[in-house]
Design a protein around this ligand. Structure first.
Ligand SMILES: *Cc1c(COP(=O)(O)O)cnc(C)c1O
Length: 372
């Protein structure tokens, strides 16, 4: 007689989930590869996307590597620091605080160097609502013969992202933003060229930060069991997120985020407010940043909006007190949150003694939502 493991009583869906079989991971990678229509290999990093970014830098950095690193939020700053730690010589191209990068500034940085091995950039920012000029920067990287590393954690699912057509050698993806999934794991799409560059880099000793270690332990062994103990809750949640995404369709998911951004920006303008990022074409579809008017603090504005049950996000760094963020990412890319953000921001302005036509703002949001 075989003894069965005891069935926990009461059953807890968070603790007593069945483990995933070794064959569960390759199909998830295949689905991501199909969604993003890429020939790059998809690797899983069993941690949140910041660690995948750190792994990308740790895997590519080497003494002598010349990198141009675009900084439009704390993420770009971290990436440059991780490259430097690996011995790379890094030129940061730092944008105006909270604003997208200028392609001309990237071009000037490249022109000022004898050769450039790597260009790194965030696609769209959730931290401040900036959309970087990815196509232009990709063309500059290509012309320089440099590898292109893109942080698409926030943009994937919110903006069109053609990894192969743009020529992204290493693209970091996270499920937890517009893809609507869990935070505890992340993905990287790695081209052959990027793997070749890693092979020439100063590879970290056996390390959880080495993408080459993951490649060898998983990809090169026929994509069976993942190394280590993969978190089953996170992978099951990724599977559920992909089910949901495939049911909606990636194009529809992107369109929903774009609509949320258009509606938020129309609402702000109807309040008489110029969005923090003035040009629609340079604004991210994940969040919309709104200015904190002179004479008001971000704390006051956030507290006044909280009285309506609406959580406005803070800015980061030097602009912490100059903007608030309307989050319309994932399930929040929907009419109720978008309307709530705009109206609560307007009502908060009123509560703080400013003029704001909430009715006009609500009408503007609604009009955008009724477009096809
Ligand atoms: C959210 C985000 C990340 C990942 O940060 P987490 O701490 O994993 O949420 C990385 N880059 C960008 C641009 C992001 O918006």
């Amino acid at each position: 007689m075989t003894t069965r493991p005891p069935i926990p009583d009461p059953f807890d869906p968070l603790l007593d989930i069945p483990p995933l079989g070794a064959s569960a991971y390759a199909p998830l990678a295949d689905r991501l590869q199909r969604l993003f229509d890429t020939r790059s290999d998809i690797l899983f990093v069993q941690a949140e996307a910041l660690l995948a970014l750190e792994a990308a830098a740790a895997s590519l950095a080497r003494p002598g590597l010349v990198a141009v690193n675009v900084v439009t939020s704390p993420y770009g700053g971290y990436f440059g620091a991780w490259l430097r730690r690996g011995g790379a010589s890094v030129t940061d191209v730092v944008a105006e605080p909270g604003q997208p990068a200028e392609a001309a500034a990237v071009a000037a940085a490249i022109a000022g160097l004898e050769n450039v091995d790597l260009v790194a950039i965030v696609h769209a920012e959730a931290a401040n609502g900036a959309l970087n000029p990815l196509d232009e920067v990709a063309a500059l990287a290509r012309a320089a013969g440099a590898l292109l590393v893109v942080d698409a954690v926030a943009s994937a699912g919110g903006h069109p992202l053609d990894i192969d057509a743009v020529g992204i050698d290493l693209c970091v993806l996270g499920p937890q933003k517009a893809l609507g999934g869990p935070t505890g794991l992340s993905m990287v799409a790695v081209s052959r060229r990027a793997f070749a560059a890693m092979a020439a880099a100063s590879r970290p000793a056996p390390s959880l930060l080495s993408l080459l270690d993951i490649k060898e332990a998983w990809l090169d062994r026929g994509r069976g069991a993942l190394p280590g103990t993969p978190p089953p809750l996170e992978f099951r949640a990724l599977e559920a997120a992909l089910d949901r995404l495939e049911a909606e369709g990636l194009a529809a998911r992107i369109a929903r985020h774009q609509k949320a951004a258009r509606a938020s920006r129309a609402g702000l303008r109807a309040l008489g407010i110029t969005p923090w990022i003035v040009d629609d074409a340079r604004a991210s579809a994940l969040v919309t940043a709104a200015p904190v008017p002179e004479g008001i603090t971000a704390d006051d504005l956030i507290a006044a909006a909280a009285r309506f049950g609406v959580a406005l996000g803070r800015g980061f760094g030097t602009i912490e007190d100059r903007l608030v963020r309307f989050d319309h990412t994932g399930i929040r890319a929907a009419f109720p949150p978008v309307l709530g953000n705009v109206v609560a921001y307007g009502a908060a302005l009123q509560a703080l003694g400013r003029d704001a036509d909430i009715g006009a703002a609500a009408a503007a949001v609604t009009a955008v939502w009724q477009e096809d």
